[in-house]
Write a protein that binds this ligand. Structure first.
Ligand SMILES: NC(=O)c1ccc[n+]([C@@H]2O[C@H](COP(=O)([O-])OP(=O)(O)OC[C@H]3O[C@@H](n4cnc5c(N)ncnc54)[C@H](O)[C@@H]3O)[C@@H](O)[C@H]2O)c1
Length: 350
């Protein structure tokens, strides 16, 4: 298997800290180019990390150099237009979450990617966590039996990001799109990727643009896109999602609340013969007719590293990624269903 040449599109906060670092640590990867609408930043980061090329657009890159795969780390609404350009050239694609913001656009891209035999992976990082993998192993060994309910929650105290994340045009939505995507994906994947039947949801802008003292926030690197501090998205969302097999996910998400902050995703999974909880990782079942709680012992892995290495492996072997574009699309359909239900103040039935 040959080594691969890759480019990162959007070398902002996450790409420099995560994608670039782990791509450069992977012995099978040559990072050939960085692309960013902020060309000065692309050039500066390329120089700092010894990367041969820096460009302002993906078209300029295609005209001057070849890559086997791109990793798209730009604002959410730009993911699919960029992915389409890569797929047209037969180039494999990693798309940061969420896959996109518009279902028709995503479906058009997926058709193109299939025609061109392009691999698509979506950055659902939490699937690579060790504690999550342990729960998945219990599920795959059928320890829990039929899973019928998941309560999935992530509340931040003061965690609204700064920049384009709060601008609907660029982000497609707020807390639900940004962190709800991870929480919903985790519950949906662990419950066996069921087909959605109906969604009832409410999205709310509760605290909006707050000015709380002595708190920090995740901040986008792009000053131009962040101008004006637009805040026209939700910072709270709650949803009740029914699936065709009778299972239910109850979702609660917040960027900012007057309440207690969760230390990571809170998940309770209920099955007919057992269940699981995050965080801390706890397994519930019966042994010899006795109710038991198990706390598995494990060493934490480097979740982002495992995610990036998985993408590289899939591009090199042409294996299907753990989170392909179709799954990313199913999650987007549910997220948009929650927004629709909130807007029409009714349950959305599929
Ligand atoms: N998996 C995770 O846990 C995780 C964590 C953080 C961010 N993300 C995702 O990563 C993406 C980027 O987030 P970020 O925090 O790095 O944002 P950011 O604003 O810091 O970085 C985005 C970069 O893209 C550039 N850009 C914008 N539009 C472009 C275009 N059309 N062409 C080329 N470059 C363009 C910007 O100049 C900026 O440098 C988002 O989709 C976000 O949801 C995922």
């Amino acid at each position: 298997m040959k080594n691969i040449h890759v480019a990162i599109i959007g070398i902002g906060a996450i790409a420099e800290a995560v994608h670039l670092k782990y791509l450069q640590e992977n012995e099978h990867v040559i990072v050939n180019a960085l692309v960013d609408m902020d060309l000065e930043r692309a050039i500066a980061v390329a120089k700092k990390h010894d990367i041969p090329y820096a460009f302002q657009t993906i078209d300029e890159m295609f005209a001057q150099t070849h890559v086997d795969a791109v990793l798209i780390c730009t604002p959410n609404a730009t993911h699919i237009p960029i992915a389409k350009k890569a797929a047209e050239q037969g180039i494999h694609v990693f798309i940061e979450k969420p896959i996109g913001t518009n279902l028709e656009e995503v479906e058009g891209y997926l058709t193109l990617a299939k025609e061109k035999n392009v691999i698509t992976m979506v950055g659902m990082t939490h699937r690579f966590r060790r504690d999550v993998r342990i729960i998945k192993e219990y599920i795959d060994n059928n320890t829990f039996g039929n899973l019928y309910y998941a309560k999935a929650k992530l509340f931040r105290g003061r965690g609204t990001p700064k920049g384009w994340f709060t601008n609907k045009e660029l982000a497609g939505g707020g807390a639900l799109m940004d962190i709800g995507v991870h929480v919903l994906d985790l519950a949906w994947w662990l419950m066996g990727k069921q087909d959605v039947q109906s969604i009832s949801g409410q999205t709310i802008t509760g605290l909006g643009n707050y000015e709380t003292k002595y708190v920090s926030a995740w901040t986008s690197k792009n000053k131009q896109l962040n101008a004006g501090q637009v805040m026209d998205v939700d910072d709270f969302a709650s949803a009740y999602i029914r699936f065709k097999n009778g299972a239910v996910i109850n979702l609660e998400i917040a960027w900012a609340i007057h309440g207690e902050q969760d230390e990571g995703i809170q998940l309770e999974l209920l099955g007919e013969q057992g269940g699981a909880r995050l965080t801390p990782l706890t397994i519930y079942k019966e042994e010899n007719g006795i109710q038991t709680e198990v706390s598995p012992t494990y060493v934490d892995g480097d979740t982002f590293k495992e995610e990036i290495n998985h993408f590289v492996h899939c591009v090199r072997t042409k294996e299907q990624p753990l989170i392909d574009g179709e799954q990313g699309n199913h999650i987007l359909k549910m997220l948009l269903g929650i927004y629709e239900s909130s807007q029409i103040q009714k349950e959305v039935v599929y």
